[in-house]
Design a protein around this ligand. Structure first.
Ligand code: HEM
Ligand code: HEM
Length: 470
């Protein structure tokens, strides 16, 4: 027995093991989360389909979908990628692999509590903060454990320069470990909520820091790692990367009020939220300009690389998301777009199109050096790219159109029940588009598992400067 524990302990201490475990888990949760999305989409097309089976009612499968794709797929996969590229950029192994493995285990308990707990109605019933209090505690422990691991890795680094990709990854854990308990109102364990409008303010403070201080830095960091490596070019401008980083911190933290423009919150909060939402164009376009200028003249190399194609397409979805975002923060635009499928379209192109595409691209890029094996199949990566792109493109067009129909009809005085009868064709098309994404998730999981199991041996290429491995 002690021999067995010693072997396990040694195995957990192997370099990059935890990074790989996060990526594999992310690929698995992609499948589970999108299946719950499919169930939600079936509800919206055929509400009687599941005959009121309690664990499949809409109010249970929807949060299982949202939390599993958001935290389980995109966040988990991006954490795995960061746990690989940060040590590479610091030229030393992660300070403690075992601490990262501990984080992995607790994190996956939290994600699992979604599909299982919500199915039995164990939920705080508050969007994006549905996990019960005990799981909030686990999330906080994971954030702090990984933060400590990263700080110690930085302290004992062998590289003097702290590249901006490292800043974004460490920043994520620093900001989220502070934001998560506030947004989840963790000082009220029984409800995880406060009464009235105060609760909305706290919820949406968190609600937009979730994309802003979790998904955005987790997804922007890898851009600075992957693009110079595939393009084999140094980063265009270190100064621009610093401007992008600090303006993100300065502007993103207080824009949650744009979710509450119709609610009786103080007017200055609304003004600040709308003004800062417009200001968000600065960090977004400064980062994109820097990345695209790094890749200039080498776009072909990026688009021909299966992983690079995902990452560059992620930057394009980022453009669409972040033109749409500031515009839909304006009160006169929200008169048409709020409370309808337009926002659902925005959520999908943001979380899957921007952060998800970068997560998938980076994972395909780092899997060979992590596992020491070539990808099992480049063709399957391309197939996944095609399936997810077609599905998401369908989502964007169909949900945007449905949202415009809803918003303009309501503005013209139509009642909700008459507008509802116009929606089935859109909901059917969304369901059909979703099948492509679900198929893409299965293809991805198969390719990840086969790479780990059967991939050919891999020899890393020679790289220079920022792109150089440890
Ligand atoms: C320039 C930056 C952005 C701005 C100004 C912005 C603005 C907005 C606004 C105003 C809404 C609320 C729409 C409504 O309820 O009428 C919204 C919703 C949302 N945004 Fe963004 N957005 C931005 C970028 C992003 C990014 C990068 C992500 C994800 C990575 C994201 C994810 C979401 C999600 C998930 C929702 C839905 C929230 C809900 O459940 O109601 N956004 N955004
Ligand atoms: C990894 C891929 C996906 C991600 C990251 C994702 C993300 C999200 C997010 C953030 C929301 C909340 C939107 C909001 O409240 O504004 C949502 C809702 C939803 N998603 Fe997804 N989703 C994904 C895939 C899918 C798939 C494949 C389907 C269908 C087959 C689907 C169907 C739905 C449905 C039906 C809702 C509820 C919409 C409503 O309440 O009107 N999603 N998803």
């Amino acid at each position: 027995m002690t021999n067995w524990i010693r072997k396990l302990w040694a195995l957990l201490g192997r370099p990059n093991g935890a990074a790989l475990a996060f990526i594999v888990a992310g690929a698995g949760w992609f499948v589970v989360g999108t299946l719950y999305g499919l169930a939600s989409a079936i509800h919206l097309y055929a509400p009687e389909a599941f005959q009121n089976i309690p664990w499949l009612v809409f109010s249970r499968v929807r949060p299982a979908h949202v939390n599993t794709v958001l935290y389980g797929f995109v966040t988990t996969m991006l954490i795995g990628c960061g746990l690989y590229y940060v040590p590479v950029l610091l030229r030393r192994p992660l300070w403690s692999e075992r601490l990262a493995w501990g984080g992995w285990a607790l994190w996956n308990v939290v994600i699992l509590s979604g599909p299982i707990g919500f199915a039995f109605a164990y939920s705080q019933g508050r969007e994006y903060t549905e996990y019960e209090w005990i799981f909030d505690v686990l999330v906080e422990l994971v954030l702090l454990a990984i933060l400590a691991d990263l700080i110690m890795t930085i302290v004992y680094r062998r590289e003097d320069t702290l590249y901006v990709a490292v800043w974004y990854f460490v920043g994520t854990f620093l900001w989220m470990s502070g934001t998560y308990p506030i947004g989840n109102v963790m000082w009220y364990p029984h409800t995880g909520a406060m009464p009235g409008i105060w609760d909305s303010l706290f919820l949406w403070f968190y609600g937009h820091n979730l994309p802003g201080l979790l998904l955005t830095p987790l997804a922007v960091g890898p851009l600075f790692f992957v693009v110079p490596r595939i393009a084999r070019a140094p980063l265009y401008s270190h100064t621009l990367s610093l401007i992008g980083f600090w303006t993100l911190v300065a502007l993103y933290t207080h824009i949650g009020g744009h979710h509450l423009l119709q609610a009786p919150i103080p007017a200055p909060v609304k003004v600040m939220a709308v003004a800062s939402s417009m200001g968000m164009m600065i960090p977004v376009f400064v980062v994109l300009l820097n990345i695209w200028l790094t890749a200039r003249g080498r776009g072909g190399a990026l688009l021909h690389d299966p992983a690079g194609r995902f990452v560059i397409t992620g930057t394009l979805w980022y453009v669409v998301t972040c033109i749409q975002g500031p515009l839909q923060s304006l009160p006169f635009v929200q008169r048409v777009t709020h409370f309808n499928n337009w926002t659902i379209g925005h959520s999908h192109i943001a979380v899957l199109g921007f952060a998800g595409f970068i997560a998938l691209g980076t994972a395909w890029h780092v899997l060979p050096p992590i596992t020491g094996r070539r990808l099992y199949s480049d063709k399957l990566v391309n197939l996944q790219f095609g399936l997810v792109l077609v599905g998401l493109g369908g989502f964007f067009v169909v949900l945007t159109a449905a949202g415009l129909v809803q918003g303009s009809s309501w503005n013209n005085g139509e009642t909700v029940y008459r507008v509802l009868s116009m929606l089935p064709p859109y909901m059917w098309l969304r369901l059909a588009s979703g099948l492509f994404i679900v198929a893409g998730a299965f293809v991805g999981l198969f390719n990840v598992l086969m790479t780990v199991w059967k991939g050919e041996p891999y020899a890393p290429p020679e790289l220079a400067g920022e792109a150089r491995p440890a």
